[in-house]
Design a binder for this molecule. Structure first.
Ligand SMILES: C[S@@+](CC[C@H](N)C(=O)[O-])C[C@H]1O[C@@H](n2cnc3c(N)ncnc32)[C@H](O)[C@@H]1O
Length: 263
């Protein structure tokens, strides 16, 4: 996996790198979409690739959250922030918990799927863990049509340590399904000494129509949900009855639905 430093040796810096407050607005939108999606509103939610638990920090007010991530160090950070949530170590492409949830949520971890096969595997994991009639939400940072290269600054101070970073979003080859985010990170310890770390994340970038085709390919009724204030997201509903089970062959299919209707 790329990005191993941030999710591994630098994981204990995650709370200084990324503040849960930055997730508040998007989490409120996710909670609204989820609560409108089923009647009664979902109670149990599985988050795949939950990282430091910043989304869960907000969503746990509404839902009983089960959090899956493959990094033990990120799980440790999230357990501290969200001790009331269930945490499970697993690879979201293959994990099978043997139970279903009212909803499955996949936030920015989905960007780490750089091939069609890995992206489809996570979609299938989501389908398998959705109860019939339940929903799956996916929130990639970009689809091909919304991609914007650029730079951004971040970081914060916390007792005894400070962190600042520059992130540079860059697409070296617009004809493939990946882009890069290079992080230049300065980490300052209690004594005030700073060290620098570089972390490159190679992330997946797929056209919107391909997302919809693949979601439908695994058996979800799919649509795009747009909102002016936050990123667009992909909404999938597992049909109440799917006697043939998920379709893992990903048949080619035209983009049939574009509106922000929930199927
Ligand atoms: C950007 S972080 C998620 C941050 C999260 N949204 C939060 O609220 O803190 C991405 C996470 O995806 C996880 N991840 C990437 N690939 C994975 C995989 N195949 N299986 C499980 N977790 C994965 C990483 O370990 C990392 O914790």
């Amino acid at each position: 996996m790329t990005g191993v430093k941030l999710y591994d040796e630098l994981a204990e810096w995650w709370p200084v790198f990324s503040d849960p407050l930055e997730y508040r607005r998007e989490a409120a939108h996710i909670a609204r979409v989820l609560r409108k999606a089923t009647s009664p509103a979902p109670r149990t939610v599985l988050e795949l690739g939950s990282g430091g638990g910043n989304s869960a920090f907000h969503l746990k007010a509404y839902f009983a959250m089960t959090l899956v991530d493959r990094s033990p160090r990120m799980l440790k950070v999230s357990r501290k922030l969200n001790p009331e949530c269930e945490h499970i170590k697993g690879d979201i492409r293959v994990v099978r918990l043997g139970r279903t949830f009212d909803a499955v949520f996949v936030h920015d971890a989905i960007c780490h799927m750089t091939t069609e096969s890995d992206l489809g595997a996570v979609m299938l994991t989501a389908y398998e863990h959705c109860r019939p009639g339940g929903v799956a939400l996916f929130v990639p940072d970009f689809v091909r049509e919304t991609f914007v290269a650029g730079t951004d600054l971040g970081g914060s101070d916390s007792p005894g340590r400070r962190l600042r970073f520059l992130q540079w979003i860059f697409d070296p080859d617009p004809n493939d399904n990946t882009y890069w985010v290079d992080f230049a990170i300065l980490l300052r310890n209690q004594k005030g000494e700073a060290r620098v770390a570089h972390d490159r994340h190679v992330l997946g970038l797929f056209p919107r129509a391909q997302w919809l085709r693949m979601l439908r390919g695994v058996g979800l009724k799919a649509a795009v949900v747009r909102n002016d204030e936050v990123r667009e997201l992909f909404f999938g509903r597992r049909p109440l009855r799917s006697p043939e089970g998920p379709n893992t062959s990903m048949p080619l299919d035209r983009e049939r639905r574009r509106a922000t209707r929930y199927p």
